[in-house]
Ligand binder design. Structure first.
Ligand code: SF4
Length: 376
């Protein structure tokens, strides 16, 4: 199983962001350390004798966590669970000089993989995205990260308003030349409730045309494939063996404990959810010893549906026999075989024995394909 730890604080709120992230003038680090340790202990007591394959510190901006808190949480996880040999321990980081200065301490705490929110390799775009760093600072942080951590990923956001094919081709080529084994490449989406959504509603921001976005997506697939980092998930690219083991646990529908504000978890057929607002979560922990807001037993059909929706994001696809067992149904009750045959004839799906996968051409239409084929 995997462990996810959510640190909900950021220096400022990016205008495109709908994550559970908050700006606070002051953070009581000792109280947050104790509360996260309590939340961890609660999950560990319910998930005893499991082997942890990965830990992921996400946010928010977990690179703002004092390294001593990261260290205390990793130590607590090691005491409560068995750590798999070579466990992957990832931390999401913003590429500022302040945070880069902490990388060596984070590595000493046990972090061995970092995921950097570079987001763009153009200063104008970073300004538009409301990021606190510029390209020079971002690349300097990447340099430090590559010298300190075994494995490094960075994120880029493309299909920004006004971004041409040539612009993205040059930016992605530069990104690929930086030599990381993993890249997360997301199209800019306008999420409800964000500053960008307000600007779009006021006509002050025009999102990229979807057809143009599709062209950029296809270009992305071709360039990353040629560079030896093919897509293993709709937005994630890696050299073989460099895939995020933590995220693969979600997509392959493994169990994960999720602690901290708003964290989701899956514990032996149960969906767990923590209080979202930092203040509500921390008062729940001081009241109850854990930050749980709800625990819901998932019925077999829900498990099958979730496993299909997650697994079909992966280039490797899903094993329908395994999911049928989870869903306690026959494969024919899980998916629409007629729709699969029709979409396979169009080159959007591939069916090989029990394995079903979405082709690269189909990934562009994933949101439309899933309701056609998933019947559970
Ligand atoms: S730094 Fe990341 S989590 Fe924080 S507001 Fe920006 S995009 Fe959201």
């Amino acid at each position: 199983m995997a462990l996810y730890v959510h640190w909900p604080f950021c220096v400022s709120k990016c205008p495109y962001c709908d994550f559970n992230s908050h700006v606070r003038a002051e953070i009581d680090n000792a109280a947050w350390r104790d509360a996260l340790l309590s939340d961890l202990a609660h999950e560990a007591a319910l998930n005893e004798r499991r082997v942890l394959g990965s830990i992921f510190f996400g946010g928010g901006t977990p690179s703002l966590m004092p390294p001593a808190i990261v260290s205390a949480l990793i130590d607590a996880a090691a005491r409560r669970w068995t750590l798999a040999p070579g466990i992957e321990i990832t931390l999401e980081a913003n590429p500022s000089s302040v945070e880069a200065a902490r990388f060596a301490d984070l590595a000493a705490a046990g972090v061995n993989r970092v995921s950097l929110g570079l987001q763009s390799l153009e200063d104008e775009a970073l300004h538009f995205l409301g990021r606190a760093h510029d390209v020079r600072e971002g690349l300097a942080a990447l340099d430090v990260a590559q010298s300190v951590f075994d494995r490094v990923n960075f994120d880029l956001i493309y299909a920004r308003p006004g971004q041409s094919e040539t612009d993205w081709e040059a930016e992605l080529a530069r990104g690929l030349s930086l030599g990381t084994g993993h890249l997360s490449l997301y199209q800019l989406t306008i999420e409800p409730g964000t500053r960008f959504a307000t600007l779009a509603a006021q006509g002050k921001l025009t999102p990229a045309d979807p057809d143009h976005g599709a062209t950029l997506y296809e270009m992305t697939q071709a360039m990353t494939q040629a560079a030896g980092l093919p897509a293993y998930e709709i937005s994630n690219h890696a050299r073989p063996g460099e895939e995020s083991r933590h995220n693969l646990t979600y997509w392959r529908y493994g169990d994960y404990a999720g602690i901290g504000p708003g964290a989701h978890g899956r514990r032996a057929g149960m969906a767990t959810l923590r209080h979202r607002k930092p203040e509500n979560w921390i008062s729940a922990v001081s009241r109850n010893g854990h930050g749980l807001q709800s625990e819901e037993v998932l019925d077999a059909a829900s498990k099958g549906r979730e496993a299909l929706l997650m697994g079909l994001r992966l280039a490797e696809g899903v094993d329908l026999d395994r999911i049928a067992r989870l869903a306690e149904r026959q494969v024919e009750q899980l998916v629409d075989e007629g729709a699969i045959a029709r979409l396979a004839a169009l080159g959007l799906l591939r069916r090989e024995g029990p394995r079903l996968r979405v082709t690269p051409a189909g990934m562009l239409l994933l949101d439309a394909i899933l309701p056609e084929i998933v019947t559970v």
